[in-house]
Design a protein around this ligand. Sequence first.
Ligand code: SF4
Length: 145
Amino acid sequence: MSELDLHTDCENCQGLCCVAPPFAKSNEFAYAKAEGEPCRHLAKNDRCLIHEDLVTKGFIGCVKFECFSAGQKVTQHHFAGQSWQDDHLTAKRMFHIFFIVKALQQKIKALLEDDAEGNAEKITTLEQLSLASEEDLLTLDLDRL
Ligand code: SF4
């Protein structure tokens, strides 16, 4: 795996980062929203309505945000053919898995940057884990990892 594999691909995601995480009103976000609440600027087709104006509209936090490719992985691999817009339970499951996969991807990113001996093996293990079943992911002890 390379850093390229961790690049965000919004075209293959369902705007998970615009729904799953909460954000507080600050100089990075112009208003506050709860976890699992779709951002008011997210269109039905999962695209940002103010994408070109994020900074001027007070959403520099969105420009800075990085999912390390967790969004497209969850959308395409774990929940292929389903959408958080289908029903409340699917949304809840997707967001939970999104947070777990994002944490794994973030660890992979850190290991890639560290470039220490033995990291390649750890990265392979984390990559395999990130593709594990929903049941297996839910039992992961991320702190221990
Ligand atoms: S402002 Fe746009 S990019 Fe930021 S959370 Fe809302 S829809 Fe997503």
